[in-house]
Design a binder for this molecule. Structure first.
Ligand code: ADP
Ligand code: FDM
Length: 212
């Protein structure tokens, strides 16, 4: 490796767990400490595929369930060349949702198994660390009402939470459960500690492929 690569760090969790808040704080802290870092989020609603997904989530269009699953995956694959380039250049990527959300949300729908849902994302860049922000549905409810988007319903979110628990049994992924019911600052401290470890370890390791 010409230079030490950056780490691929993913934040996952149910709606209102604090993913976006914490991604931003982590990004700022890494940049302040002189470590090159950038933030990404999935779905990336700015691309052509992302706009189709966004219209679906906003209930402005309907898409068949398999189709939208494959679009979410394609929306990650279209970013892979850029992600690899950044990581190779030594930039750490802080990512708000990834393939785990893809699998958890689709497999929470009737008629979808985990293996089928995982298959289009097999071979994506393997995250060096996936932090799952754990928050109970009752605590999430205290953080405000659901918005208007398609998946923002309590029963469905509970089913998604169960699917995440199943995914976290997979030892090929470096999962770290974070207690998201702490204050914003305390959650940030935990996230920072785990991220710095992952950044140090990733420097000397080749980027692997997810679920391969
Ligand atoms: P997510 O991206 O997981 O949906 P957000 O970061 O958007 O979550 O946070 C959802 C809401 O909860 C926001 O209003 C945010 O200010 C608030 N919030 C985030 N983290 C905490 C926390 N640790 N304690 C209390 N409220 C929080
Ligand atoms: N979502 C997100 C999926 O269903 N599949 C995916 O692959 C990804 C990345 O889209 F309900 C769902 C999860 C959530 C919605 O919302 C995106 P945010 O607010 O943009 O994270």
């Amino acid at each position: 490796m010409a230079c030490k690569r950056g780490a691929l760090i993913v934040l996952e969790g149910v709606d209102r767990a604090g993913k976006t808040t914490q991604c931003k704080k982590l990004l700022e802290a890494l940049q302040r400490s002189g470590r090159p870092a950038e933030m990404m989020r999935f779905p990336d609603r700015t691309t052509t595929i992302g706009k189709l997904i966004s219209a679906y989530l906003e209930n402005k269009s309907d898409l068949e369930d398999h189709t939208v699953h494959l679009l979410f995956s394609a929306n990650r694959w279209e970013m892979v060349p850029l992600m690899k380039k950044k990581l190779e250049q030594g930039t750490t990527l802080v990512v708000d949702r990834y393939a785990f959300s893809g699998v958890a949300f689709t497999s929470a729908k009737p008629g979808f198994c985990l293996d089928w849902c995982k298959s289009p994302d097999v071979g994506l860049p393997q995250p060096d660390l996936v932090m799952f922000l754990q928050l109970s549905p009752s605590e999430a409810a205290l953080r405000g009402q659901f918005g208007e988007e398609r998946y923002e319903k309590s029963d469905f979110q509970r089913a998604v939470q169960n699917k995440f628990q199943q995914l976290m049994k997979d030892r090929s992924v470096h999962w770290q459960v974070i207690n998201a019911s702490q204050s914003v600052e305390d959650v940030h401290k935990d996230i920072m500690t785990h991220s710095l470890n992952a950044i140090n370890l990733a420097q000397n390791q080749a980027l692997a492929e997810l679920w391969k």
